[in-house]
Design a protein around this ligand. Structure first.
Ligand SMILES: [Zn+2]
Length: 214
């Protein structure tokens, strides 16, 4: 059985501070954080910056102001202790792995690490079949390489910890690898809402559902 240590809380404290700074303007934010100024520029040309998508602000109104105290293992039957820590590892083309890979058999159900709303589902050559959720604190969760998505999973839908959001596969640039879930967690930018997100390592934030009685 795995127990949460103190280190994940330090990491989450930063995520909390960053999340509060953006998601709740009226919140008593007492922590000044050094924000990477290029974070906004990096997102400026990405799909998240589509100014015509008015559903994103509506979703933000629906989530709570405070990021979750803990995240849950999204892959059914997988154990946190068995996940290889690959956040930050180099990838082809000079890219960096900004998530973790959770190995599982093809078709294994995936459920949210935290409740939230479906921001969108996408299917791209590199990313494969993916689901992006936004949850409390404006934290964004990215799940990809799905073999299939469940019926009716579309933008705007609320998903709780028990909702199946996809089935493990190896679509996209994972086609040559064994089936796995690629999972990312991004905390929102501060200042002008939604100028960008910064990825954080999900692994120290994750808990096994069994260990918490969930
Ligand atoms: Zn990955």
């Amino acid at each position: 059985m795995r127990y949460v240590t103190t280190r994940p809380f330090a990491t989450l404290a930063l995520a909390l501070a960053l999340g509060l700074a953006c998601a709740q303007v009226d919140a008593p934010v007492s922590v000044e954080v050094a924000w990477p100024s290029n974070a906004c520029a990096a997102e400026a040309d990405g799909p998240e910056r589509d100014p015509s998508s008015d559903w994103r602000p509506r979703l933000l109104d629906q989530v709570g102001p405070t990021p979750p105290a803990q995240l849950f293992m999204p892959v059914e039957g997988a154990r946190v202790a068995e996940v290889y820590p690959s956040y930050g590892d180099p990838r082809s083309g000079g890219r960096v792995h900004i998530g973790i890979d959770i190995m599982a058999e093809r078709g294994t159900p995936v459920r949210p690490a935290a409740p939230g709303y479906v921001l969108r589902t996408t299917d791209s050559a590199r990313g494969g079949s993916s689901v992006t959720l936004v949850g409390d604190g404006g934290v964004r969760y990215f799940y990809t390489h799905f073999d299939a998505l469940p019926e009716g999973l579309e933008a705007g839908r609320f998903v709780d910890l028990d909702t199946v959001i996809g089935y493990v596969g190896n679509t996209g640039n994972a086609a040559a690898t064994a089936p796995h879930l690629h999972f990312e967690v991004h905390v929102p930018g501060q200042g002008e809402a939604w100028c960008g997100w910064t990825p954080v390592d999900p692994l120290p934030l994750l808990s096994d559902r069994q260990a918490l009685g969930g």
